[in-house]
Design a protein. Structure first.
Length: 94
């Protein structure tokens, strides 16, 4: 079972159908382990960008506070409190 064919719907500025097919073929040739590494790299990059934004919003926060702010934003209040309650730096919801 391979990747689905490109959708017929295209937004302004998107690639043509032939370009999209070429891109899909390129991705099909990438080994699964490399694809997984790409996913992890994108996740790490997204986390770093989100944390940079939190540093801008909270310039006086420590790195530990930034990690907790990110965790709360990423996990949501309920899961954050289940995971981090009782740990150093835990910040209960208001």
């Amino acid at each position: 079972m391979g990747m689905a064919e490109p959708q017929a719907r295209y937004e302004k500025g998107d690639m043509s159908r032939d370009e999209r097919r070429a891109q899909y073929e390129f991705y099909r040739q990438i080994p699964p382990g490399q694809k997984l590494r790409m996913v992890f790299d994108l996740y790490d990059m997204n986390r770093d960008l989100e944390m940079a934004g939190l540093r801008i919003q909270h310039p006086d926060a420590t790195e530990e506070e930034i990690r907790h702010l990110w965790a709360r934003q990423h996990l949501g209040d309920d899961l954050y409190e289940q995971v981090y309650a009782g740990r150093a730096g835990f910040q209960p919801s208001k």
